[in-house]
Design a protein around this ligand. Structure first.
Ligand code: ZN
Length: 243
């Protein structure tokens, strides 16, 4: 079966990224839905690791844009802003260059890829059915993959109704997609569904199927590094609780 690794919101968490890449094994392609940096203590390491991957498509996220100075930091909460300021001062020239070339929207294999939503690729959160419903007219492909919320979800149009059916996929459950759908693979580096394990998904294009996966990683190593770099403690605490 052809298999594509879909991941998002790494947020400068290298141990989580490595765990996901190891767990995923061989894949035909890797689609990364943005926010490689922000919050976490390994921004350059994560950019370099992503840069090395072959058959990769990587999108621009709001934290990536903010780290480049393309968004006003006032739009972020205090702790997110502090980590973005830290990220801005620590990003190398080559990391900045890599992030500055990332696209906001890509259409590939009949799938639209964005960080936030097809209507507003870098900013909008799809957190409920009405926002999902409003976004279906903003892409032409059968499927759209988004990140940004850090929550694994499937919004699917079934039986021709305009109101999407909303589901939270179970781990390792193979979901066959029969209607147009907006799917989110959750977050690699900062899951927010109270499961602290790194989250990612496989997309099987020939079967039009989706499978959510989780993997453990060394959370305490990331927490120690956050402390050493004097990044906000809250970003360390939330990793072990998944919020
Ligand atoms: Zn994010």
């Amino acid at each position: 079966m052809r298999r594509i690794l879909v991941l998002s919101d790494i947020h400068a968490n290298l141990p989580a990224l490595e765990a996901v890449l190891n767990a995923a094994g061989e894949c035909e392609a890797i689609w990364c839905l943005g926010d490689v940096v922000g919050y976490g203590p390994y921004p350059n390491e994560c950019v370099e690791r992503v840069h090395q991957l072959s058959n990769l498509v990587c999108l621009l996220g709001n934290h990536d844009a903010a780290a480049l100075g393309l968004l006003n930091l006032e739009a972020f909460n205090t702790e997110a802003r502090l980590s973005l300021e830290w990220t801005q001062t620590h990003l190398t020239e080559s990391s900045r260059k890599y992030l500055s070339l990332l696209p906001e929207k890509v259409v590939i294999e009949q799938v639209t890829l964005v960080h936030g939503s097809p209507r507003s690729p870098v900013w909008e959160y799809i957190l409920d059915r009405s926002t999902a419903r409003a976004n279906f007219p903003f892409f032409d492909t059968p499927l759209c993959f988004t990140g940004h919320s850090h929550l694994a979800t499937v919004y699917q149009l079934v039986n021709g109704t305009p109101d999407p059916h909303w589901t939270v996929p179970q781990e390792n459950e193979l979901i066959t997609l029969t209607g147009r759908a907006i799917l989110n693979p959750g977050s690699v580096g900062q899951p927010r569904d109270h499961d602290p394990r790194a989250c990612f998904a496989f997309y099987y294009p020939d079967e039009s199927a989706w499978e959510l996966r989780r993997v453990e990683y060394d959370i305490s190593a990331v927490q120690e590094r956050i402390q050493q770099e004097q990044l906000p403690k809250r970003h360390a605490q939330r990793l072990s609780q998944g919020w």
